[in-house]
Each structure stands twice: as structure tokens, then as C-alpha cells.
Design a protein around this ligand. Structure first.
Ligand code: ATP
Ligand code: MG
Length: 313
């Protein structure tokens, strides 16, 4: 069928937002349809071409994690309602659109998004490594001297960032700045939740051979609860939102072989295309990126990724 850059759903539902990767539609006052396209972004810029199957892998992996987290953390609130299309909607859509949407949609609770990104880092890499090299801190938090690239931190760090509008870049901020943006109470809750989720998820992943070096969560508020409750939303623990490293080849003091967008980021940097708009990925880059996403799915879920035989709706 080819990669999906955009779906035709806007002819059937009200499109509320289109992010770098997802389309978000209104189902009713309380529910949204969350649709992952095959678009891919790096350094906050969306590539010109898309990667077939990527959206489906992201949706299925998020589904896997929502279920796993819910079973291990019974008190955790998430936006997850169900996988796939609501039947009443599916019946109204042409068959080729149902096929295009297969495996890439999820029904979620409609919530007010809290405007910060909640990043947890267990290992020092990426923008945190650059910041540490400059002045020994990450998000204003001082770290011990002598850390090496990709080294495991003594304990996971909570390093929030702003949630930038489409087209601009998220900026790392201090926990105090995060508290100013969303209020100290919510910032404290999000920090604790993020660290707990990271701990659960990284213990699970490590047993299977993946190090979750860092990951980004987003939270929202369920204002129908009283008092309003903090809820985990968006995608969770995917190769788009996390750095996944192979435990077998992990070595401190250098960059790591990873199952995520790092491969694409490295290619962009090496070819002088970092930060450029409208970049078209050559076939080997998109194919190799897809292979990494499939491998992450296989290692984490324990099933070979297969579009054709996946049972999920
Ligand atoms: P990136 O993930 O690369 O930062 P993005 O932030 O543009 O990209 P997408 O993943 O394309 O986001 O789209 C998801 C958007 O939907 C995000 O802005 C996120 O905050 C929002 N969102 C996620 N879950 C919900 C929800 N339950 N209710 C309302 N908005 C949501
Ligand atoms: Mg996102």
C-alpha cells in the first residue's frame, strides 16, 4: 500500500491537531482517535518521505506498554481506551481507508495536555551529554565530574523540557522552571510518575536485552475527576520517544548502536543535513531505520513484527 504521510480521515472526522507524526481526531466530547502516520522526524524536523509500517509499529508498541504498565502499576491512569477503530466509524469508511488505518489507530481519552515534556534519563547521552560537557550540568542539575559518554547515571534523572509549537525546538528547562509552567504540585506528581514508569519499563526491557537510555513522557489532566487527575498520554516507550540500546554491544565512552531514530540522526549529521527542511531519506536509510523499529518490537514484545499476520485490529 505504500507509506502513509497523511490519512484521508479528515473527510470523516474533525481533525483537532496534526503533530509531527500523528493526526488527532475528535470522536466525541470525551474521546479522540489517535492516528500514527508513517512520518518520521529528527531534530524536530519531519522528513519529506515516510517509512511504511512505522506508524503501525508505534501504535502496537504503545499498546503493549500501556497494557504492561497498567498490570504492573495498578494505580496508574492512562489515556488508553482501546486499540483500532470504533466499529461504528469503520462501517462508514471505504475499505481501502480501513486497510490504510489498520494497526495504526487507538481510541484515547480527550484530556488537557500539560505543556511540558517529561524526560527521564538513566544514561548520559544526546543533549544531556552535550550540556554536561559544557558545564557539568543537565537542566541546571549538577552531576558528578568525570562521567563518560553513555555512562549509567547513579540514579535516573528527571529533565523536563518545553513543549514547543510545531516548527520550533523543545528546550531543556530546570525542574523549577517546569514547576512555574504547570504548577509545583503537578510538576512533582509528573516527576514521581515518570521515574516510576521508567523504572518498571527499564527493568522489563533490560531482561529482554534492551537498555532504555532515556525516554519522553507526556501527561494531561482529567478534569472530570475531582480533584483533577494526572494521566499518562501520548505514545509511550517507542523508538520515537526513547533511546533503546542493545545491551550486548553497550560500551561506555562512545555513542551506542541503537534501535531508534539515532541511526537517522547520525546520517543527517554526517551528511550535513541536520536541521534542514524537506530532506528525502535514501532507501537504505529508511529501510535500515524500519529494521531497527521492527527489531525493537521483536525484542520488547517477544513476537516477530508482521503486518500481514498481526491479529490486532
Ligand atoms: P513529537 O512526538 O516528535 O514531539 P509532536 O509533539 O508534534 O511530535 P505527535 O506525536 O505528532 O506530536 O502528536 C501527538 C500530539 O497529541 C502531541 O502534541 C500530544 O501532546 C497530543 N496528545 C497526546 N495524547 C493526547 C490526549 N489524550 N488528549 C489530547 N492531546 C493529546
Ligand atoms: Mg509525539
Amino acid at each position: 500500500m505504500g507509506a502513509t504521510i497523511q490519512t484521508g480521515l479528515r473527510d470523516y472526522l474533525r481533525l483537532l491537531a496534526s503533530g509531527k507524526v500523528r493526526e488527532i481526531y475528535e470522536l466525541d466530547d470525551t474521546k479522540l482517535l489517535f492516528v500514527a502516520t508513517d512520518r518520521i522526524s529528527a531534530y524536530d524536523i519531519v522528513m519529506k518521505n515516510a517509512i511504511d509500517q512505522k506508524g503501525a509499529i508505534l501504535t502496537q508498541l504503545s499498546d503493549f506498554w500501556f497494557n504492561l504498565l497498567q498490570s504492573r502499576m495498578p494505580g496508574l491512569r492512562t489515556h488508553y481506551i482501546s486499540l483500532g477503530l470504533p466499529l461504528t466509524l469503520q462501517e462508514r469508511l471505504p475499505p481501502d481507508m480501513v486497510e490504510q488505518l489498520r494497526l495504526r489507530t487507538m481510541v484515547v481519552k480527550r484530556l488537557r495536555v500539560l505543556p511540558i515534556e517529561s524526560i527521564v534519563r538513566g544514561f548520559i547521552t544526546g543533549s544531556a551529554w552535550s550540556s554536561y560537557q559544557k558545564d557539568g550540568t543537565v537542566c541546571g542539575i549538577p552531576l558528578p565530574s568525570g562521567l563518560k559518554e553513555s555512562q549509567k547515571l547513579q540514579r535516573p534523572l528527571w529533565t523536563p523540557s518545553t513543549k514547543a509549537e510545531l516548527g520550533s525546538k523543545d528546550e531543556n528547562i530546570s525542574p523549577e522552571q517546569a514547576a512555574k509552567i504547570i504548577g509545583k504540585e503537578y510538576a512533582d506528581q509528573i516527576k514521581a510518575l515518570s521515574l516510576n514508569i521508567y523504572e518498571e519499563a527499564s527493568a522489563y526491557a533490560l531482561e529482554r536485552g534492551i537498555i532504555i537510555a532515556d525516554t519522553k513522557f507526556e501527561f494531561g489532566l482529567d478534569e472530570s475527576a475531582s480533584p483533577a487527575a494526572v494521566v499518562l498520554l501520548d505514545e509511550v516507550l517507542t523508538p520515537d520517544s526513547s533511546r533503546f540500546w542493545n545491551v550486548g554491544t553497550y560500551q561506555i565512552g562512545r555513542g551506542q548502536e541503537s534501535y531508534d531514530k539515532q541511526y537517522l540522526r547520525d546520517w543527517l549529521a554526517q551528511s550535513g543535513l541536520k536541521g534542514k527542511q524537506g530532506v528525502e531519506m535514501p532507501t537504505d536509510i529508511s529501510t535500515n531505520t524500519l529494521e531497527r523499529y521492527k527489531e525493537a518490537y521483536y525484542v520488547l514484545v517477544g513476537k516477530v513484527w508482521d503486518m500481514a499476520t498481526s491479529e490486532a485490529p
